[in-house]
Design a protein around this ligand. Structure first.
Ligand code: ASP
Ligand code: MG
Length: 458
């Protein structure tokens, strides 16, 4: 079996849904397939907006639900003729009525809990899958909408739930064994053991696809999107970027954690276990080969594979002469941040032990700073720690590639190119995997840094 996942931009309107239909028809002649779909582009955001309006008691949510009905009715009219179309439209309208009822409930209690949030956004994927499965059926291909909430089990950490793989895999197998024709599975959504709707985090449909692939021991996963594959850098900033034809799973993880945006970072997890290759494909350009992500890929001639970046970063530098040789400071810094639910993106401490520097998201910097001040109050009083230095408006840049391992001179060349361009580097980290060199620059230097590094290596 091959699992084919189509993102929101691939099912944005009826013209694109037709294209997806053609791609699916061509594939089904070659192998068994399962389809995973996102919500139509923009729908998840709209559903979130609706919950916020309802929470505020803003009545305009009623109009917006009506607009959603119009959008769906139009798509149905363009895709499914006759009585069959009416049935599909009715099914979609029933869902939207249910959503409106739910929004009314949110309005009454003036609160959208994370649990209600997940149920509200689940309508997006349920509607796109209902529409697409019905479309396939009406064009003569047997298909069935499958609600992933019946198969994917998670904890109750709403908006970003943890998957229970051992429980999930057998359920997927069992459920899909009964499906006649092509299963059209809702991405992104799941449920707890008690049947409460959860979601796998924004852009989680990729992850759904790889979970299904792992459960079915699929031979491949295809992630269909609106670009030709994983690019060597952000083409909006850098000239001369190119599609990377093959990358290793580790490189793909590094790149996706660093915001390369094509693929959700968790996607690689289940397929790593089962050694299933992933291919990124473009719905708008299906004949392009795309990017292959696999355990063993052919080596390329460049010293690095790609460059990615994370915007809106901040650093906190914990400084003090009294930290030298004092065990436990790092641990307390990290636990204080963990307790305050601050995610640490990068860490650096030089061997003088005079300071520990953590890189975090700017939005979390206030919280981080107060957590640290509280935890280390005693050390500040006794002057072991002199200062918490916060710097904002920064950008993390990561240079990624398997070829860097054991190759001398890469960091020399990297930092020379930055130095020659007058870019100041604030923090540097390289793990011993040598697949990633990350450094922090001021936001103003970001574009220049990306360009000179791309030019130097790629
Ligand atoms: N519809 C969800 C989102 O927009 C999941 C996905 O698109 O993968 O985040
Ligand atoms: Mg997406």
């Amino acid at each position: 079996m091959k699992v084919m996942k189509f993102g929101g931009s691939s099912v944005k309107d009826s013209a694109l849904i037709c294209r997806v239909g053609d791609i699916v028809k061509a594939s089904v002649e070659q192998s068994d397939i399962a389809v995973v779909l996102s919500a139509m582009k923009g729908i998840t955001d709209q559903l979130i907006d609706l919950t916020l309006l309802a929470e505020k008691g803003d009545q305009s949510y009623h109009d917006l639900v009506r607009m959603l009905k119009d959008r769906k009715a139009r798509a149905v009219q363009e895709l499914i003729p006759g009585d069959k179309g009416n049935t599909t439209r009715d099914a979609l309208f029933t869902m939207l009525d249910e959503l409106e009822g739910m929004l009314h409930g949110i309005e009454l209690v003036k609160e959208c809990s994370p649990r209600s949030h997940d149920l509200a956004v689940s309508f997006g994927e349920r509607m796109s899958c209902t529409l697409f499965a019905d479309y396939l059926c009406s064009s003569g291909i047997e298909a069935m909408m499958i609600d992933a909430r019946q198969m994917i089990r998670t904890d109750d950490n709403h908006k970003n739930a943890e998957v229970y793989f051992n429980r999930t895999y057998p359920l997927i197998k069992e459920k899909l064994a009964d499906v006649k024709g092509i299963p059209v599975i809702t991405g992104f959504i799941a449920s707890t053991e008690e049947g409460v709707t959860t979601t796998l985090g924004r852009n989680g449909s990729d992850f759904t696809a790889s979970i299904v692939a792992a459960a079915e021991d699929a031979e491949a996963v295809e992630i269909w999107t609106d670009v030709d594959g994983v690019l060597s850098a952000d083409p909006r900033v850098v000239d001369g970027t190119f599609v990377i034809d093959e990358i290793s799973i580790q490189e793909a993880m590094e790149l996706s954690y660093f915001g390369a945006e094509v693929i959700h970072p968790y996607t690689m997890l289940p397929v790593v276990e089962k050694d299933i290759p992933i291919r990124i494909k473009n719905t708008l350009n299906p004949s392009a080969p795309g990017t292959l992500i696999a355990r063993n890929v052919k080596r390329h001639e460049h010293a690095i594979t790609g460059i990615a970046s994370i915007a809106d970063a901040a650093i906190i530098n914990v400084e003090g002469g009294g930290m030298l040789g004092m065990p436990g400071v790092a641990s307390r810094v990290f636990s204080a941040l963990a307790k305050a639910k601050v995610n640490i993106i990068m860490i650096s401490q030089a061997s003088s032990e005079h300071s520990i520097c953590v890189v975090i998201r700017q939005a979390e910097s206030g919280r981080a700073l107060s957590a640290l001040k509280e935890e280390l109050e005693e050390e500040v009083k006794t002057r072991r720690i002199q200062n918490f230095d916060l710097k904002e408006n920064l950008e993390i840049i990561a240079v990624i590639g398997e070829n860097m391992r054991g190759t001398p001179g890469i960091s020399g060349k990297l930092f020379k190119s930055l130095g020659d361009a007058g870019v100041n580097v604030l923090v540097i980290a390289q793990g011993s995997s040598e697949r990633n060199i990350s450094f922090v620059v001021s936001k103003n230097d970001r574009n220049k840094a990306l360009r000179v590094v791309h030019k130097a290596f790629l």
